[in-house]
Design a protein around this ligand. Structure first.
Ligand code: HEC
Ligand code: HEC
Ligand code: HEC
Ligand code: HEC
Ligand code: HEC
Ligand code: HEC
Length: 352
């Protein structure tokens, strides 16, 4: 597929997904009825892949992807877990509380060494099913659990705890929504559901590398978007590959996508999924004699309040100073005319 087309298509798809998610949050939920017998897209989990692809397990579990969501049991805690009383941040008008026993109830795990993610007991009547119920903090050699942000919901002068919704799961714990045996990243997060492949006689056509190659942008959403109401272009501040679409790399058919520089299966000696230990060596493999200053070329956005690392991937096509990212506009608005022209040229879908 034409790369530019593919990236534009991914925006359209992402916009649809966002619209769906927003729709789901606001629309009243239809009553649960008998679901028609549709074949479920089935995720089998890493242990099944391991039976036939043991070599991948020597490297893949050591990548950052696999560290982004871990079980609470992986952390040495400073004190035993106690039950916490929490309120629903989604429903502050009608503050109902529930008690969650972190040692017994359904705790999925910990995202980016910080957010404790749990499922609410059904009888609690919370608006969502899955919440961020607390933060994990490192104190010396051990970790301490702090229930999610304090708030005096019943105005009795005592702080209660508020459980926040979990919009981060799609990328950081994709297995939860997919009902996969692995709640965090797994082989199937990139390769897609594997049940058919695992049981099929024909292994070659039931699982191809193409799906995995195109999976990166599901989470590393890279392109700018357009505010549907105002028509203003918005920089995607949160993901490391921002502006990749604008690079000569994205436009060149000589490159093998993200894999020209990244190894999705193996971390280098610094723990990064980069094909060389020194990134500059990787550039030199194709650009002999050029001495790129990567710190300057791949700038980090200082206004990213979510703390994603977000290095620019336009390789010089978009300079931070040119984005129009000044205090007078919202940090994500793109106001520079040259930049807007570039976006319209490379992402024709957005120009409409
Ligand atoms: C019962 C054994 C078996 C299981 C289970 C299995 N695979 Fe495979 N897989 C194979 C075989 C055999 C091939 C074909 C290899 C070939 O002929 O090149 C294959 C091919 C693949 C390919 C395509 C390779 C290529 O060169 O196109 C991928 C990707 C893959 N498997 C991933 C997975 C993942 C992910 C899982 C777990 C969800 C999994 N497999 C489970 C046996 C298995
Ligand atoms: C971050 C995404 C990602 C994850 C996670 C991932 N893979 Fe892959 N995998 C890829 C990509 C991309 C390719 C295609 C490589 C290519 O184009 O040459 C691939 C290729 C493969 C192949 C084909 C043979 C090869 O090595 O080229 C197999 C088999 C495979 N993966 C199995 C697995 C298994 C098993 C796991 C889990 C332990 C896993 N993968 C996890 C992205 C991923
Ligand atoms: C299901 C979502 C998802 C998919 C699919 C995915 N990633 Fe990631 N990726 C993440 C998340 C989340 C992190 C942050 C991990 C962390 O630090 O906790 C990350 C981190 C990374 C990093 C930085 C850490 C490192 O290992 O150097 C690279 C590079 C990367 N991904 C490349 C890829 C590539 C290439 C693909 C496609 C083959 C891919 N990713 C597919 C979610 C995803
Ligand atoms: C659309 C996918 C996506 C969503 C949704 C998402 N993230 Fe991320 N996140 C990523 C990717 C990809 C990375 C890897 C770094 C990067 O590309 O910036 C990352 C990295 C991070 C990091 C840095 C990890 C590290 O090791 O330093 C933090 C912290 C983080 N995300 C928090 C969150 C929080 C909190 C939410 C929900 C409010 C969230 N993310 C929602 C894709 C996503
Ligand atoms: C797999 C080969 C390959 C690798 C690895 C590679 N490049 Fe490129 N690079 C290309 C190709 C092909 C082009 C497009 C040439 C064109 O169409 O003009 C390009 C274009 C560029 C350009 C824009 C044109 C120019 O020469 O100013 C820059 C800047 C650049 N690359 C920087 C880098 C940096 C920095 C790295 C390392 C992080 C890197 N490249 C790694 C192949 C590669
Ligand atoms: C031309 C080479 C090249 C290509 C192509 C490329 N990257 Fe990168 N990427 C890099 C370099 C270099 C770094 C920074 C390494 C460092 O500073 O340690 C990086 C860093 C990252 C990081 C880590 C977070 C950060 O910003 O430091 C993520 C995530 C990432 N790339 C994802 C992707 C994805 C997804 C694609 C495909 C859409 C892609 N990259 C294409 C060279 C490349």
């Amino acid at each position: 597929m034409n790369r530019t087309k593919y990236y534009s298509l991914s925006i359209v798809l992402l916009t649809l997904v966002v619209a769906l998610v927003i729709g789901c949050n606001t629309a009243p939920q239809p009553p649960a009825t008998q679901a028609p017998a549709v074949a479920k897209i089935a995720y089998v989990g890493d242990n099944t892949c391991k039976q036939c692809h043991p070599e991948s397990f020597e490297t893949v579990p050591h990548t950052s992807h696999y560290q982004t969501f871990k079980p609470l049991a992986d952390y040495t805690l400073d004190k035993p877990l106690t039950p916490i009383t929490i309120f629903d941040a989604q429903n502050t008008e009608k503050p109902t509380s529930t008690t969650l026993d972190l040692s017994k109830d359904k705790v999925y795990g910990v995202m980016v060494n910080k957010y404790v993610i749990a499922e609410m007991p059904a009888q609690a009547g919370f608006k969502d099913k899955i919440y961020r119920v607390g933060a994990l903090k490192k104190v010396g050699e051990k970790w301490t659990v702090e229930p999610a942000k304090a708030a005096d919901i019943d105005k009795d002068g005592k702080p209660d705890w508020t459980a926040e919704s979990f919009p981060c799961g799609k990328c950081h714990a994709p297995g939860i929504a997919n009902a996969s045996p692995n709640v965090g990243m797994s082989c199937e997060s990139c390769h897609g559901p594997g049940a058919a492949h695992a049981s099929a006689a024909d292994k070659k056509t039931t699982m191809t590398n193409e799906t995995a190659r195109e999976s990166c942008l599901n989470c590393h959403q890279s392109d700018p978007s357009k505010d549907a109401k105002t028509g203003v272009f918005i920089a995607n501040t949160h993901y490391g590959t921002r502006n990749y679409f604008a690079s000569k790399h994205a436009q060149s058919s000589q490159l093998n996508g993200c894999q020209a520089c990244h190894d999705p299966h193996k971390a280098n000696t610094n723990g990064a999924g980069i094909l060389a230990d020194k990134p500059a060596d990787m550039c030199a493999a194709c650009h002999a004699g050029k001495n790129f200053d990567l710190d300057k070329l791949m700038w980090t956005n200082p206004t990213d309040d979510r703390g994603h690392f977000t290095k620019d991937h336009s390789f010089g096509a978009m300079k931070y100073e040119n984005l129009g990212d000044d205090p007078a506009t919202k940090p994500i608005e793109i106001t520079n005319p040259t930049m807007i022209d570039l976006i319209k040229k490379l992402l024709p879908e957005l120009a409409k």
